[in-house]
Design a protein around this ligand. Structure first.
Ligand SMILES: [Zn+2]
Length: 278
């Protein structure tokens, strides 16, 4: 299984791969561009290629996380900018050999939620038009704080289906968001897995953000907690981690670092939960 954490790109993309490997991870997430800005970045191809080679050599899977202000549900006035950023993110993650670029489902503040879905589809269509790389856009489910879009499996599946190039789109399941939104009810993993399989969600699940939740199931509040210290708890994670859908995809922690200043201890904890179920 591929387990790891979000890591810094201070030492370049190759630096992020090496720091993941040195803490016992065989998966990681990084920010391909400045996470707080809407400006594009010039790819350092040498750095990206070194990252891709290192990951191939050590059998590591990675994902990039798109900048926070990137909102595919934004209205047409901002579309060009959003598409440019998505293309830039795809270009970088592809060069780094990553599985995909994780993109939040999108926030729509207008009156008609249907317009929000249309915006997302049009934005994704433009971003993937003519794109031939292997890195996918990975839509991440939302917690329900500040926007009602992207809380359910049905929305993810429908948006993907209605896109012009669905083969370029996959999903990233954030477990904290799934708890907060009510998508995943306590003790209900097997039911969720069965339903998500029928809906054609899990066959396109390409990454997991593994986070416990500081707030209860259905609270609509997005605060990540370390594994086993929140409302999801170790037993639910152990059940989830035994899923066959999770065997070959990156599972990445977005939680606070441990006492040693890394996620080494928490990665070891996740691996131990996994062993319990084997
Ligand atoms: Zn997340």
């Amino acid at each position: 299984m591929y387990v790891g954490a979000h890591v810094s790109t201070r030492g370049g993309y190759i630096g992020s791969a090496k720091s993941a490997w040195s803490m016992g991870a065989n998966a990681f997430q990084y920010f391909p561009m400045n996470p707080r800005s809407l400006s594009t970045k010039i790819v350092n191809m040498q750095d990206a290629a070194a990252c891709a080679a290192f990951c191939r050599e050590h059998d590591i899977l990675s994902i990039g996380h798109a900048p926070y202000p990137l909102n595919p549900a934004a209205d047409e006035a901002e579309r060009e900018l959003m598409v440019k950023l998505l293309k830039n993110g795809l270009e970088i993650t592809d060069a780094c050999g990553s599985v995909g670029l994780v993109v939040h489902f999108g926030k729509y503040v207008g009156k008609d939620p249907l317009q929000g879905y249309k915006n997302i589809i049009q934005c994704l269509d433009s971003a993937t038009y003519g794109y031939e790389g292997a890195s996918l856009i990975l839509l991440e489910n939302q917690a329900g704080e500040g926007s009602q879009l992207g809380l359910t499996l049905e929305e993810m599946v429908q948006v993907r289906k209605l896109c012009r190039f669905p083969e370029k789109i996959g999903f990233c399941l954030d477990t904290c968001h799934a708890c907060a939104s009510g998508l995943w009810q306590s003790h209900g993993w097997s039911e969720l897995e069965a339903r998500g399989g029928l809906l054609d969600y899990f066959p396109h699940l390409k990454a997991v953000h593994l986070n416990d939740s500081l707030h209860p199931f259905g609270s609509r509040r997005d605060r990540h907690a370390n594994i086993g210290t929140g409302y999801i708890g170790q037993d639910n994670f152990a059940e989830m981690l035994s899923s066959s859908y999770l065997k070959h995809i990156p599972i990445v922690l977005e939680t606070g670092k441990g006492p040693g200043g890394t996620h080494a201890e928490e990665i070891a904890l996740v691996r131990s939960l996994l062993r319990q179920t084997e």
